[in-house]
Ligand binder design. Structure first.
Ligand code: TXA
Ligand code: MG
Length: 336
């Protein structure tokens, strides 16, 4: 496996060409996006996409996202393009939004895990965009981690998890958004939020004038839609994650102090409340009280704690507001 540093804003053409050649030959290239690092293959080559599933040990039922550079390229992967897709694309592409639309037959079934719909995203990261352009085809890319593990927000995270299983890693520095894209299903009469992210439900509703329902609320026609990838334990660090409500910090303080005497393992706490007083042997990490800044450092912080051998992470839940929904979702999954 070769690791290449690339300037995140002006990636070196010769490196991008080399990466695109690997993709064209059916290989796997991990590359930075603004959300998390992706594990890329030529989306139109079913054998290449199959290698993604092998490398990640990803179950065959879990579909991957096709990354493109333009709305025309996105439309070409679909059989219908509702007006709301145009509105959402104008408002949020390029960026951390994925749209699920009826799949065109030119997209191999393995990309959508046999589903009749395909997930599509236009990323904003210049390295991702340059790679898509150089390949001249959509790039299928899930997050570049083994199944159920935390998503990578740096090239080092990718190397640790998949270094021996892929052909190339492009190192474009840390991902700016830090958690995976918001996924919206547009195949039904109303849009459905399949995975929350930093683009919130309120932002989607404001942009479209249509209320966006949550996957689990969508039972109107008795066919609740969902994202196959939203499995229970996912996005999880190796450490046990304990969640505490922000209005019950007394309990957090008590549990940590009582249940974690010095000898019982390496304990850390992610807190928003700077006044919390915790025992000295607990590594306390102050998290920003802003959802974007929090998202940017969440996975990197959890990766670091794993690396340092912490066995428990106690986390103060952020406020119960819509803007924090993506963070709550990832914390809940990590704690299961
Ligand atoms: O930010 C992101 O979305 C990153 C970067 C690399 O773009 N990618 C990513 O991919 O997070 P992945 O595979 O880890 O998550 C994709 C999610 C999964 O929950 C998957 O089940 C869902 O999107 N998904 C993909 N295709 C789908 C489809 N056809 N219908 C419903 N859900 C789909
Ligand atoms: Mg993933």
């Amino acid at each position: 496996m070769a690791l290449f540093d690339v300037d995140p804003h002006h990636p070196d053409t010769s490196v991008i060409t080399r990466a695109a050649d690997i993709l064209r030959a059916g290989g796997l290239v991990a590359f930075p996006t603004e959300t998390v690092y992706g594990l890329g293959a030529n989306a139109l080559n079913a054998d290449a996409v199959a290698r993604i599933f092998d490398a990640k040990a990803r179950p065959a039922w879990n579909p991957v996202i096709a990354h493109v550079n333009t709305v025309d390229e996105a439309r070409a992967l679909t059989t219908s393009w509702p007006a709301i897709a145009t509105v959402l694309a104008k408002a949020f592409w390029p960026g951390p939004l994925t749209l699920v639309l009826p799949k065109h037959e030119s997209v191999p079934d393995i990309v959508s895990a046999g589903l009749p719909a395909v997930a599509i995203r236009i990323p904003s990261h210049p390295v991702a965009r340059a790679l898509i352009a150089a390949l001249g085809a959509p790039i299928a890319a899930p997050s570049a981690n083994r199944f159920t593990e935390l998503s990578p927000t740096t090239a080092a995270h990718v190397q640790e998890s998949l270094g021996d299983r892929i052909d190339m890693i492009l190192n474009g520095g840390p991902s700016d958004v830090g958690i995976e894209s918001t996924v919206v299903d547009l195949t039904g009469a109303m849009p459905v939020l399949l995975r929350p992210g930093v683009i919130s439900r309120e932002m989607l509703t404001n942009a479209t004038g249509v209320s966006v329902s949550l996957a689990q609320d969508d039972v109107r026609d008795n066919t609740p839609r969902h994202s196959p990838g939203m499995v229970e334990r996912h996005y999880a660090p190796h450490a046990d994650v304990w969640l505490f409500a922000g209005d019950d910090l007394h309990e957090m303080q008590q549990s940590i102090t009582k249940e974690f005497p010095v000898e019982s393992g390496r304990m850390s706490a992610l807190v928003l409340d700077w006044s919390l007083s915790l025992p000295e042997h607990v590594r306390v990490i102050r998290m920003p009280n802003d959802p974007l800044a929090y998202a940017r450092m969440l996975y990197a912080t959890l990766h670091d704690l794993d690396q340092d051998g912490f066995t428990v992470v106690a986390i103060e839940r952020p406020p119960a507001r819509d803007a924090w929904a993506g963070i709550h979702d990832r914390l809940n999954r990590a704690a299961r």
